[in-house]
Design a protein around this ligand. Structure first.
Ligand code: AQP
Length: 321
């Protein structure tokens, strides 16, 4: 079994990209491995600037993960800020991280280019992420494609430290699912909370269906045959269909003469069915918030034990003890 770790930001409602890129991997990998999954509230501080909202988002994200199948008897679920060792480790890593390494990070550059406000926290985000990963001796980090560069940055930071101070950190590997590494949003760009193009996992089914019907499509005539792989609507359909349905839809694309509306209806139906159980489970969890808090408290205790040991190792290595 491998030590698997990943985090999700409590910055709003989780979307299909989060699920198919990352969360589904958490659930699959928890079976045969040692999973550590956390709610990245420290990272969320760069965008959520309202205490009550952040607090609610953390609880919501915990319920989302549990409803989707994360099992606290198999994996450890906790909140990032409950492990102060991570912030301390982050400082050890910041000292020794070249500015250029972070300046090259595409996620940061893209946000700045799109005019989103950037603060120092957003710039140093990959270093805090490195601390999260390294604090648990993580070997495997299941993520979407947008995070692969950050895992490389983490490896770079860890190698530098190991090189300077002796073997201290385990070097992690990213785990990306090819078919859903970059789930498109309603505008065809990467589905992302900050781009307002998301399709949520939970929420009113009718509202989600409306959002699906509004997904942008190209303006080519419907009769024209189309290459399915190039079409973001097909990419969304493929997330839910079984292999036969996917083949049939691909054949329909290649034949031409169908309406995008039909594909959208199919997506609405299959996504509703796909998340029906999770929706039900989430409604139950809402009635049992004490249980959710208890899971997070137990998770934090377990995670903290691991992180304290790794922090101690790093402190000794660099002369702080
Ligand atoms: N569109 C996507 N396709 C595949 N994977 C995705 N992920 C996010 N979007 C897609 C993966 O979801 C995990 C958790 O994401 P996060 O909420 O921690 O951060 P994120 O990547 O920043 O998600 P967003 O929606 O894109 O939020 P903003 O816009 O605020 O940054 C990660 O493993 C991520 O790869």
């Amino acid at each position: 079994p491998l030590r698997v770790l990943s985090g999700i930001q409590p910055t709003g409602r989780p979307h299909w990209g989060n699920y198919f890129g990352a969360i589904r991997q958490y659930i699959d990998l928890q079976e045969a491995n040692e999973g550590y999954y956390f709610i990245a509230d420290l990272h969320a501080l760069t965008t959520v600037r309202d205490a009550a909202v952040l607090r609610q988002n953390v609880l919501d994200t915990a319920m989302d993960l549990l409803a989707l199948g994360l099992d606290p008897t198999k994996a450890t679920l906790f909140v990032q800020s409950h492990i102060p060792e991570v912030s301390e480790l982050c400082w050890l890593l910041l000292s020794g991280t070249p500015m250029g390494l972070l300046q090259r990070c595409v996620a940061y550059k893209e946000k700045v280019e799109k005019g989103l406000p950037a603060d120092v926290g957003l710039f140093t985000y990959p270093v805090l992420q490195a601390a999260d990963i390294l604090a648990y001796d993580s070997q495997l980090v299941p993520v979407g494609a947008d995070q692969v560069q950050h895992i490389e940055v983490c490896r770079d930071i860890a190698s530098r430290f190991n090189h300077q101070f002796g073997d201290t950190f385990v070097l992690p590997k990213a785990n990306v699912l090819d078919a859903s590494a970059k789930v498109p949003g309603t505008d065809g760009e990467k589905m992302s909370k900050s781009y307002d193009n998301t399709l949520p996992l939970f929420g009113e089914v009718k509202k989600i269906s409306k959002q699906i019907m509004r997904i942008t499509t190209d303006s080519r005539p419907m009769e024209d045959p189309k290459e399915p792989e190039d079409d973001h609507l097909f990419q969304l359909f493929r997330l839910f269909g079984n292999p036969d349905e996917i083949d049939a839809m691909a054949a329909m694309y290649r034949r031409g003469g169908f309406g995008y509306g039909d594909v959208k209806k199919a997506i609405a139906q299959s996504s509703e069915a796909y998340f029906a159980d999770a929706r039900e489970k989430r409604a139950e969890l809402e009635q049992n918030v004490d249980y959710v808090h208890q899971v997070l408290a137990e998770g934090a205790e377990k995670a903290r034990n691991v992180a304290a040991k790794v922090l101690g190792r790093a402190q000794s290595a660099c002369g702080l003890r």
